[in-house]
Ligand binder design. Structure first.
Ligand code: GLC
Length: 613
């Protein structure tokens, strides 16, 4: 036989041998690893292969500082998170990607190789990352009424977050803020479901992709906090707060009419996850509310992603012990448990609950099925590691992204008063600028920026309002340090950073330093533009008469020059109030549509400048 024939025969024999071996050992590629197989088939195949320990591991989320990659592997952990301000040191994109890959390699080395989801609060840009583009907080985005802009913001947030490996954001918050004394008012788009209907779907499309891809350059998003977080009653706060984590007492009809529409939009947009609220509804903690989580969210509304707790949220369930808290939360229909530090206890107690029959295997399978479905949809099995090409593109904090954030600042500004058309200012003016928030990047970013609570000072890369104004001036225009040299005063007042219940505030008054500056300007008789940088309306009724112009700037983020763009008339004001601006807090809460609605400025109010002058 010629040599050629021997070669062909040998190859044929080799192929038959390999197939034979595979046939005997069953070492074919399992369906769940076949990227071409339908997702539901991959889910069922993988689920059928999992042990109880592997399933419970998938339901567990631990904080990055409380778990090692080895433990992620040993306990089959389904997710790791960065809590507010939790970042590797140094806090660089490269270090984030290395950290993420370290956890992911461990997860992929488990028997079944199930990748983790890595979650972080990218609530106004990738705000845990130094140098990232920081957008206006949601209340300012509500003032823009611009869904197309929000989709671009979501897209940029996804790019800058995904470049660091993190593939899941705990945003958007779709709270409907009905009481601005709540410290999380700024995380809401505003006080009506109208704003949720207008903005939530677009934002999620930007984050997850127009077809809820959730993979590649997109993220898995989270609609939060389910349900009714913005509707609690003042004085019922939990965890020592005044209203945050409090009790929502409204009727189910009002709950559905006011607080549910954001979730309907999120589900329509294909949101991957929904986070449960700390608050109670009619006296029952949401973290054990089976009717709203299972009957309404999952069954009635058909939500097919997965439900996650808030930070140690199950520990606030009023049960006699941790075991009962776990049982009640799992049986309520929650699928993944943010137990950042106590994740071992969670695993131990849930395994015990299944053995005892207090939690059924069916409930475990429902939770794991949902988690796996999101992971397959997000392409994690097929591309588990940080995309270094994204990192190499140097997108984080790039000029193009900052330009969009600057546009968002412009569109978020609301002009509330403009006596004698003081605005727009001439660029040739001599301007006296003062106030606690005139030149403070940390204050204009607010909470959830670099640290959980945020803080004053040069906390990251950006431009302060003062820097933006100074850059816009033209000779002989300049900043002056004495009022008697000034044509006009710009006084930027407001709040210092805070997050969650730390920001609960029953007075909402200006601080003494700002009041002192305002008095000095009034005494000097200089025309004054007041800009309020805050997470919500402040009580200024008695001061307003002394001000020629008033601008609500909310929490603009890093691109403070967007304020100057409008102050000098390069752009006009287009923002509209996303919340009612009350005269005082005596007869409060006061929301659009209430009887005897008599605010200082109405929801939806906003002036424009006469740019012809
Ligand atoms: C916080 C917040 C929630 C956030 C989570 C993780 O307590 O309530 O909005 O996503 O913990 O940081």
């Amino acid at each position: 036989m010629r040599r050629h024939s021997w070669v062909v025969l040998s190859c044929l024999l080799l192929v038959l041998l390999i197939n034979g071996v595979i046939g005997i050992t069953g070492a074919e590629v399992p369906v769940y690893k076949d990227a071409s197989a339908p997702i539901d088939l991959r889910v069922e195949d993988l689920l059928s292969r999992m042990t109880l320990a592997e399933k419970i591991g998938q339901m567990t989320q631990a904080e990055r500082g409380a778990i090692t990659p080895q433990e992620v592997r040993r306990y089959f952990i389904g997710s790791v998170l960065s809590g507010g301000g939790s970042a590797p040191s140094p806090n660089t994109a490269e270090n984030w990607a290395q950290m993420y890959d370290g956890f992911q390699k461990a997860a992929m080395s488990t028997r079944l190789g199930i990748p983790i989801l890595y979650g972080t609060d990218a609530v106004h840009g990738h705000n845990n990352l130094w140098g990232a583009t920081i957008f206006p907080h949601n209340i300012g985005l509500g003032a823009t009424r611009d869904p197309e802009l929000l989709e671009r913001i979501g897209r940029i947030t996804a790019l800058e977050t995904k470049a660091t490996g993190a593939n899941w954001t705990f945003s958007p918050c779709v709270a409907v803020a009905r009481d601005v004394r709540w410290g999380r008012t700024y995380e809401s788009f505003g006080e009506t479901p109208e704003l949720q209907r207008l903005l939530v779907g677009s934002y999620i499309k930007g984050l997850q992709g127009p077809n809820a891809e959730m993979g590649g350059e997109y993220l898995v998003a989270t609609a939060k906090h389910f349900l009714g977080d913005g509707g609690a009653t003042w004085g019922t706060g939990g965890a020592g707060y005044k209203i945050d984590r409090g009790n929502v007492a409204v009727s189910e009809e009002e709950l559905r009419a006011i607080h549910l529409p954001g979730y309907l939009e999120a589900i329509k947009a294909g949101v991957g996850t929904i986070m449960v609220a700390f608050n109670s509804y009619q006296g029952m903690k949401m973290h054990e509310h089976k009717y709203l989580i299972t009957d309404v969210l999952k069954n009635e509304l058909g939500f097919d992603g997965f439900v996650i707790t808030d930070w140690e949220g199950i520990r606030e369930i009023p049960a006699p012990n941790y075991y009962q808290k776990v049982v009640r939360a799992v049986n309520a229909g929650i699928d993944m448990f943010m137990e950042p530090n106590g994740w071992r206890d969670f695993i131990t107690n849930l395994e015990k609950a299944v053995r005892n029959g207090d939690v059924s295997e069916e409930r475990i399978d429902d939770a794991v099925r949902r988690i796996l479905r999101v992971k397959f949809k997000a392409g994690l099995f097929d591309a588990p590691y940080a995309n270094r090409d994204l990192l190499a593109q140097k997108l984080i904090g790039c000029e193009a992204h900052r330009a969009v954030a600057r546009e968002a600042v412009r569109k978020s500004l609301v002009l509330l008063k403009n006596e004698n058309n003081l605005l727009p200012l001439a660029k040739e003016s001599r301007i006296y600028i003062a106030g606690s928030n005139a030149d403070d990047l940390g204050n204009q970013c607010g909470g959830w920026t670099i640290t959980w609570q945020g803080k004053s000072g040069p906390i990251t890369i950006g431009t302060t309002i003062r820097e933006g104004i100074e850059a816009a001036l033209k000779e002989p225009g300049r900043l002056v340090s004495n009022l008697d040299e000034a044509d006009v005063a710009v006084v930027v007042v407001g709040e210092k950073p805070y997050a969650e219940g730390v920001g609960d505030n029953g007075k909402l008054t200006l601080g003494a330093p700002d009041l002192m500056v305002l008095n000095q300007v009034k005494a000097a008789g200089v025309p004054v533009v007041v800009i309020i940088v805050s997470g919500r309306p402040l009580m200024i009724t008695h001061l307003l008469k002394d001000w020629d112009a008033l601008v609500a700037a909310w929490l603009p983020g890093t691109e403070g020059q967007g304020v100057a763009d409008v102050l000098f008339g390069d752009y006009n004001f287009t923002g509209k109030l996303p919340v009612t601006w009350p005269k005082d807090l005596d007869r409060y809460p006061l929301n659009y549509g209430d009887a005897d609605y008599d605010p200082l400025f109405s929801y939806g109010y906003g002036l424009a400048m006469d740019l012809k002058k």
